[in-house]
Design a protein around this ligand. Structure first.
Ligand SMILES: [Fe+2]
Ligand SMILES: [Fe+2]
Length: 308
C-alpha cells in the first residue's frame, strides 16, 4: 500500500507528538467510602460543578472509545493506530474511576443525579447514530477543551485544589495530565479520516458545550437540593466558577476554531512534564501518591509522602 492510501484523507501526514508515548497507567484512586460530595472547602458551586463534569465521563468516554475503534478500521498509519490504542486505554481507565466517584457522590447525598445519567446515556446513543465524521469532529472538539482544562488545573492549582480533598484533586489532575498526553489523537484521527474545516469547527462547539451543559445541569440539580439556589452568594460564586471555565478553557476553544489549528501548537506545562517523569520513577505496583493539598504550592506528588 502506498503512503497516499494509508488513510482516507490523502492530504493527511502523521506528525510527531510532544510525548514519546501515550502511557496507559493504573488509574485507581481508592476514594474513601465517606467521601464528601462537597469536597471543595467553602465552595459548594465548585464541588457540584466538577462533580457534574465527572457525571458525564462514564457516558462520554466509552462513546469516545467506540467511535475511535470505528475509525481504526479506516486507518492504516501504524503510528496513529498505536496512538489510538493508547488513547482508548487511558480513557477506559478514566471512566471506570469516574464511575466509582460518581457512585459515591450519589450514595453520599445526591441520588437524583441518576436521572441525569439516564439522559446522558440516551444523548450518547443518539450521537452514535450520527455520521462518523460528526462523531470524530465532536471528539476532536471535546479534546481541545480538555487541553485547556489541563493548563487551568495546573497553572491555577493553588486556587483550585489547595486546602481541598486530596483524592478529588489528585484524581482530576491525573486525568487531565493524561488528557494532555493524548491531546493530538482525536484531532489526528479526524484529520486522517476527513480533514474538512467546517465539520471540525462545529465539533469544537458541539463537543465542548454538550459536556459543559450536562455538567452545569447536574450542578444546578444539586444546588437546588441543597436549598442554596437562588441566593446572592451562590449567584456570585456561580459567576466566579463558570467564569473560571470560560476564562481558562475559552482561549483553547477559540484557537481550536481557527482553520490552521493543531493541538501541537500548545506547549505542555512544565508541571505536567514533571508529573509524567515523576510517575515513571514509581516502583511497579506502587499506589498512586496523592497531591499534598495542605502545601499551598500543591507540588508534583512523586517522592513525597501522601497526606494522611
Ligand atoms: Fe479522559
Ligand atoms: Fe481524552
Amino acid at each position: 500500500m502506498s503512503e497516499q492510501e494509508d488513510c482516507p484523507n490523502p492530504a493527511y501526514a502523521y506528525e510527531p507528538k510532544h510525548v514519546d508515548a501515550i502511557v496507559v497507567r493504573a488509574f485507581n484512586f481508592e476514594f474513601p467510602d465517606d467521601l464528601a460530595p462537597l469536597w471543595a472547602r467553602d465552595n459548594p458551586v465548585r464541588s457540584h460543578m466538577f462533580n457534574g463534569f465527572s457525571l458525564t465521563m462514564p457516558y462520554l468516554e466509552p462513546y469516545l472509545i467506540r467511535s475511535m475503534q470505528a475509525a481504526m478500521k479506516l486507518i492504516n498509519e501504524p503510528r496513529l493506530l498505536e496512538d489510538i490504542r493508547g488513547f482508548n486505554g487511558q480513557e477506559a481507565r478514566h471512566y471506570q474511576c469516574h464511575r466509582r466517584l460518581n457512585e459515591l457522590i450519589k450514595k453520599n447525598g445526591y441520588p437524583e443525579l441518576a436521572a441525569i445519567e439516564a439522559r446522558l446515556a440516551a444523548s450518547y446513543q443518539r450521537l452514535e447514530q450520527r455520521s462518523l465524521r460528526t462523531q470524530l469532529a465532536y471528539n476532536a472538539g471535546f479534546e481541545s477543551m480538555t487541553n485547556g482544562f489541563t493548563n487551568w488545573f495546573i497553572k491555577k492549582r493553588r486556587q483550585l485544589w489547595s486546602g481541598n480533598c486530596p483524592w478529588v484533586a489528585s484524581f482530576w489532575v491525573m486525568h487531565m495530565v493524561e488528557e494532555t498526553e493524548h491531546k493530538t489523537v482525536a484531532y489526528d484521527t479526524y484529520m486522517a479520516c476527513y480533514g474538512d474545516y467546517w465539520p471540525r469547527a462545529w465539533g469544537v462547539l458541539h463537543g465542548s458545550l454538550h459536556v459543559l451543559c450536562y455538567g452545569f445541569l447536574a450542578m444546578f440539580v444539586c444546588l437546588r437540593k441543597d436549598g442554596r439556589w437562588p441566593s446572592l452568594g451562590i449567584l456570585r460564586s456561580l459567576a466566579r466558577e463558570i467564569g473560571g471555565v470560560v476564562w481558562n478553557a475559552g482561549p483553547f476553544l477559540l484557537r481550536a476554531l481557527l482553520p490552521g489549528y493543531n493541538p501541537r501548537q500548545d506547549e505542555d506545562p512544565q508541571w505536567q512534564k514533571d508529573w509524567v517523569a515523576g510517575h515513571r520513577s514509581l516502583p511497579a505496583g506502587a499506589a498512586l501518591p496523592l497531591l499534598d493539598t495542605t502545601d499551598p504550592d500543591v507540588p508534583v506528588p512523586f517522592g513525597r509522602t501522601a497526606p494522611a
